[in-house]
Write a protein of this length. Structure first.
Length: 72
């Protein structure tokens, strides 16, 4: 499931934040200057999840290279 929210700054700048959440996966969000880019990102990320190609990069930040070497 995903949503796109429009944000207007005081300067008049408009940005679009796409938020994607799926059961069993962490919430992901990105900000774009065009709504069409936000829609494309949502479609692309949903397809990755359905194909099993989604990579949770948040998990990668919790580990060090030393831990990876020790496990190897």
């Amino acid at each position: 499931m995903g949503t796109i929210r429009e944000h207007r700054a005081k300067t008049g700048t408009v940005t679009f934040t796409a938020t994607l959440w799926e059961i069993g996966h962490p919430t992901a969000c990105e900000t774009f200057s065009r709504k069409s880019d936000a829609k494309a990102w949502l479609i692309q990320e949903k397809a990755k999840i359905q194909q099993g190609l989604y990579l949770d990069v948040g998990q990668a930040h919790k580990h060090t290279v030393g831990e990876a070497i020790d496990r190897y």
